[in-house]
Design a protein around this ligand. Structure first.
Ligand code: 7TS
Length: 401
């Protein structure tokens, strides 16, 4: 398995230049040469605004942009490229939904999220609730860090209009049972949204099989450029929704007083889109598919087991969450050492992890922590990275004695 990551590491220029141990992949991922080449060649060979230019360069840019949409559609098992909206990331995708679905939300309606959500799957709903007089309900979590669906008949009820749940926790690594939540959401007739920011990078996604109505994710967490993101939605639902932002290209006809909208998905892509980033995301998808998502999942499962085994040998470590189904996003605290000190010392070893609240303050307060240390792996990480981390942690602990 580590042979896979050795081969893969050489595709990423950042690892050539230093002995970096990069374990902050839940925040963002490094980019392979093929993605960098795609961005570079888009700027040097096909840079013109998409969907509006009548000259050849514009047609080339549009063809590449729409080609990326087709690739992403196939990558997640969508019915058609018309179900793919390019956004700047999961945050924009979720805000789009909270805004555009909000027209059908009334006082007394309930929006069901969970205690393990990232702020970008909390704040838009809080704002919607404030705007409409609706309420937010939370699915609690168990001490293992799994969704507690014991009282699902109360949580999923006739007032529940929207259910929006993370596929994978960015703090605990828990992989939620999306199919189960889908069936509960369906039973009460709610719209079901999955925050796939940590999902699409690590698992083979088949949106139809998951049974959700919308799936939101970020390109930069799956080897793509920053500023690339996706919202997938069922076509018939997107058709019914109002646009999120107004501006160029999202319209059909505009008069002094009125406007009609462009076709789906273009009515949701106001202004000049991040088309070069979207094309770069297409290159990232090509790269991931060439390796195979199942191969990536297997590699990460092996590495997560190894990592948990090694971390558990460290004195006074508390690992948060022990979900049965999980990925290599592992949060921990070490007794009497503040996570921020840990991260600073690890930096001396050229090891990058994230510390803090991970934009999930409600979850952190549930864990009775204000900050944790968090490592998060990806396809290019290997056992040596984990060994270096554990050795450094042991040395840091001995300094603090
Ligand atoms: N949802 C989840 C579950 C996330 O982990 C993140 C980002 C987002 C949504 C938002 O994604 P964005 O690309 O739009 O910012 N999570 C993290 C993290 O864990 N550390 O930095 C960003």
């Amino acid at each position: 398995m580590s042979q896979l990551s050795n081969k893969i590491k050489s595709d990423f220029p950042i690892f050539e230049k230093s002995s970096l141990v990069y374990l902050d992949n839940a925040a963002t991922t490094q980019k392979p040469q093929s993605v960098l080449d795609s961005i570079n060649s888009s700027y040097t060979e096909s840079n013109a605004n998409v969907h509006r230019a009548l000259y050849a360069l514009g047609a080339k840019a549009t063809e590449k942009y729409e080609g990326a949409r087709e690739k992403i559609s196939a990558f997640i098992g969508a019915n058609s490229h018309k179900e793919i909206i390019f956004t700047s990331g999961a945050t924009e995708s979720l805000n789009l939904l909270a805004y555009s679905l909000g027209n059908d939300i009334n006082p007394g309606d309930e929006i069901l999220i969970s205690e393990m959500e990232h702020h970008s799957n909390i704040i838009p709903w809080q704002q919607l609730a404030k705007r409409t007089g609706s309420r937010i309900q939370y699915i609690p979590i168990t001490k293992d860090g799994e969704l507690d669906l014991n009282h699902s008949d109360q949580l999923f009820n006739s007032n529940t209009k929207i259910v929006s749940i993370t596929h994978i926790s960015n703090v605990l690594g828990t992989v939620n049972n999306i199919k189960k939540i889908s069936s509960l959401a369906n039973q009460c007739g709610a719209t079901f949204i999955v925050d796939g920011a940590q999902g699409a990078a690590h698992k083979k996604i088949d949106v139809k099989n998951l049974g959700c109505d919308f799936y939101a994710f970020s390109g930069h967490k799956m080897l793509g450029p920053t500023g690339s993101g996706v919202l997938w939605g069922k076509y018939e639902l997107l058709e019914k929704m109002d646009p999120f932002m107004g501006g160029g290209e999202m319209i059909d006809k505009v008069t002094m007083t009125t406007a009609t909208w462009n076709d789906t998905p273009y009515k949701f892509e106001a202004g000049t889109p991040n088309f070069i980033q979207a094309i770069g995301l297409g290159a990232a998808v090509d790269y991931l598919e060439a390796i195979g998502m199942n191969e990536i999942t297997n590699h990460e499962e092996h590495l997560t087991k190894y990592c948990l085994h090694q971390l558990n040998k460290i004195k006074n470590i508390e690992i948060h969450g022990s979900a049965k189904s999980r990925i290599g996003v592992i949060s921990f605290n070490i007794k009497d050492i503040h996570p921020h000190d840990l991260a600073q010392f690890l930096n001396e070893y050229n090891i990058a992890i994230r510390v803090g609240h991970h934009c999930a303050q409600p979850l952190l307060s549930k864990l009775n922590e204000t900050a944790t240390a968090r490592l998060s792996t990806y396809l290019y990480n290997d056992e040596q990275d984990i060994d270096k981390l554990c050795q450094a942690l042991n040395e840091i602990i001995s300094h603090f004695k």
